[in-house]
Design a protein around this ligand. Structure first.
Ligand SMILES: [Zn+2]
Length: 91
């Protein structure tokens, strides 16, 4: 279970990205997030995700993206990182 710490400015990129789905679902104001003010990487990532989310809402009849959608987005986030051993074991 990921803990939402939207106001924790000491959070790392990994912690921020792990919390992103919850932040999106809670409709938090990500543009004012402390981490994004000091991290251009995550700021760019959030812009991409907001675009993806807006496109997903146009395509899907439901208001909120399904857990499957977030699974795909999280996989996309992690594509450029080393594969964690647990991810391989789950398949
Ligand atoms: Zn970051």
């Amino acid at each position: 279970m990921t803990v939402i710490r939207a106001m924790d400015k000491t959070m790392t990129c990994t912690e921020f990205q792990d919390a992103l789905p919850e932040l999106f679902e809670s409709h938090a104001d990500l543009s004012g997030h402390e981490h994004l003010k000091s991290c251009e990487n995550c700021a760019a990532l959030v812009r991409d995700l907001q675009y993806i989310a807006s496109q997903a809402r146009l395509l899907l009849p439901i208001h909120d993206p399904s857990p499957e959608v977030w699974d795909h987005i999280q996989q996309a986030i992690r594509q450029d990182k080393p594969e964690p051993p647990t991810a391989a074991a789950r398949k």
